[in-house]
Design a binder for this molecule. Structure first.
Ligand code: GLU
Length: 286
């Protein structure tokens, strides 16, 4: 019996792609009598909007999805992120970085799965006192310490963790208490998630999460990275749905009186609106 979760970031209203992801996670748990949790990933102070949370909850109810237990808010868990950060610092695996985004982009020599790879400018240095620093993981050192690690995706199969491809990612951010990677990994463990269900665009992130599990002695779940709802861009290439590119918000459909349960049934049967298809490809670029 699986415990799964849907973990939206309240940065914008949910669209059909979110509905599909929530239904996948919900059904994978419910089909076997397992539990489905809802976690609001609301620690990005620059993008997160509390006013969107009631909309998200109403959207899920409108789709006919129910979750177990209270809604989990990452903003209630900052102490656990800080404690994990300290633990990794004590192992000498984090270093402070004062580079800004533009400096990283300028200095980067390679592009990784998540954008420019940090070239290690601040590695081995200490930040000036009072400097606003993010904390990066020394990936080569951390991978060495952890040794070879494997993880299992229900669709993509057994994977050898390769977090080195991302370079020294940020774990403790300047403008937020933790990065997505650290917070999501700790929360999935704290919530007893046994099957991390999310879109294939996040498949590669699991390499980093597997490493963090090893470094922080966390239980290792299974993963299910499902296909994404996509539309064609101007060149006919598939791209993820996005509200900013005109995908309708569930909240708008709900307000116009559309039947949410019928929409959920259609998504389950892969009866998709015109122009939208399901890209089964695992590991598609976000
Ligand atoms: N909060 C992430 C998002 O909205 C999802 C993270 C996850 O499922 O691990 O894209």
């Amino acid at each position: 019996m699986h415990r799964t979760r849907f973990a939206p970031s309240p940065n914008g209203l949910l669209h059909l792609g979110h509905a599909f992801a929530a239904i996948m996670a919900h059904d994978l748990a419910r089909q076997q009598g397992g539990a489905f949790l809802l976690r609001i990933e609301d620690i990005d102070g620059t993008r997160s909007r509390a006013a969107l949370v009631p909309e998200i909850l109403a959207d899920l109810e409108w789709l006919g999805l129910s979750w177990d237990g209270p809604v989990v808010y990452q903003s209630d868990r900052l102490a656990s992120y800080a404690a994990a950060g300290e633990r990794l610092m004590a192992q000498g695996l984090l270093y402070p970085c004062t580079c800004n985004r533009a400096e990283v982009a300028m200095a980067a020599r390679d592009i990784g799965p998540d954008g420019p790879i940090y070239p290690g400018t601040c590695r081995g240095k200490t930040a000036p006192p009072g400097a606003d620093a993010a904390w990066r993981i020394d990936m080569a050192r951390a991978s060495d310490l952890a040794g070879p690690l494997w993880w299992e995706d229900e669709l993509a199969g057994r994977q050898l963790a390769g977090p080195e491809a991302f370079g020294d990612v940020v774990l403790l951010r300047k403008e937020a208490p933790a990065s997505y990677h650290l917070a999501a990994t700790l929360d999935d463990a704290a919530d007893g998630i046994t099957l991390v269900t999310r879109g294939a665009d996040l498949l590669r992130a699991s390499h980093i999460h597997r490493l963090l599990q090893a470094l922080l002695d966390l239980p290792v779940p299974g993963w299910h990275h499902h296909g994404l709802l996509v539309e064609a861009d101007a060149n006919g290439q598939p791209r993820k749905l996005a509200k900013r590119r005109g995908s309708p918000a569930l909240a708008d459909l709900r307000r116009t009186g559309e039947d949410g349960r019928a929409l959920a049934a259609a998504l389950r049967d892969r009866r998709l609106p015109a122009g939208i298809s399901l890209a089964a490809g695992v590991g598609m670029a976000p």
